[in-house]
Design a protein around this ligand. Structure first.
Ligand code: PAF
Length: 287
């Protein structure tokens, strides 16, 4: 297999992708902020299975972080990331600078309304505007046939899917399952911030979601608000956890539900110290 290539400018990226396209390759794209883990690599593997040329972007996007968030301390282990990409058979890593992506006179934003009103959109104002703007730019630069996103960021995946549909972008958005550690904790670049004490209680987040799913499956006919209350109690019992949000919403529209019908997305964001973790589970009530 040919050696993995890297590009730091848009011009280099375009040149390398256009060579691949001229050779008839289907382009698969995995947008990331680096600090790669097995979850990201599962997206690259999926892209590898269905595409001939796989591009991974590594760019910590300042536009999607709030002023008090972790932009500056976000991990940037570039050499480790490149090694993982090489091992996964990635063809090209695009790792631009902030100046390359957002020159000083950059003024355009891309915003998806509605879907961004609740969950992370509510607790991180401006976050999704930053995500959709950078992803739109990346799609314009890479011009992929398919882009691979993780279900862990369920709202992000739906928002990007809607953006692609609304703006008629010729890219398939493929949403892949969340990868978990052996104890159930959803893989995340931010897990590396956790102290050993925080790490030991973090799996209780997924455990609580699974218990909720089990309870709903028992068909006890509780109100959604009661299930939410039960989940809140469980999550509040996690030592030193602060609840950012707990929502039970329609899995497609993300609208808050009053009655149990169709596929529900149960999504939570929990703070353990300075680290904000998100996770979710889909529950099909008609199954
Ligand atoms: O999920 C992420 O890592 C980021 O939000 C993304 C999609 C790469 C945009 O910066």
């Amino acid at each position: 297999m040919a050696e993995m290539q890297t590009a730091t400018t848009i011009a280099q990226l375009r040149m390398l992708v256009s060579c691949a396209k001229k050779a008839g390759s289907k382009i698969g794209f995995v947008p990331t902020m680096g600090a790669l883990h097995e979850g990201h690599m599962s997206l690259a593997h999926e892209a590898r299975k269905h595409c001939d040329f796989v591009v991974v972007s590594i760019f910590v996007n300042p536009m999607q972080f709030g002023p008090d968030e972790d932009f500056h301390r976000y991990p940037r282990p570039l050499l480790d990331d490149l090694k993982l990409c090489t091992d996964a058979g990635v063809n090209l890593v695009f790792n631009p600078s902030v100046e390359e992506m957002f020159p000083a006179d950059f003024t355009t934003v891309v915003e998806v309304n509605g879907l961004t009103n609740n969950l992370c959109g509510k607790s991180r104002p401006g976050h999704f505007k930053g995500v959709t703007t950078v992803v739109m730019k990346l799609f314009g630069q890479v011009q992929p046939d398919a882009a691979y996103l993780g279900q862990k960021d369920a709202q992000q995946a739906l928002v990007i899917k809607r953006m692609a549909r609304d703006l008629d972008l010729p890219v398939d958005i493929v949403i892949c399952p969340t990868l978990r550690e052996a104890d159930g904790l959803a893989m995340s670049s931010r897990n590396r911030y956790l102290s050993s004490e925080q790490r030991s209680v973090a799996p209780l987040i997924f455990k609580s979601l699974c218990l909720l799913k089990e309870e709903m499956g028992l068909g006890k006919h509780k109100l959604i608000s009661q299930y939410r209350e039960d989940l809140l109690k469980r999550l509040e019992a996690i030592p030193k956890a602060l609840i950012d949000y707990i929502e039970i919403v329609d899995a497609d529209s993300l609208e808050v539900l009053q009655t149990m019908s169709g596929a529900l997305l149960v999504a939570v964001a929990i703070r353990l110290g300075n680290t904000r973790l998100i996770d979710n589970i889909i529950i099909n009530t008609s199954a």
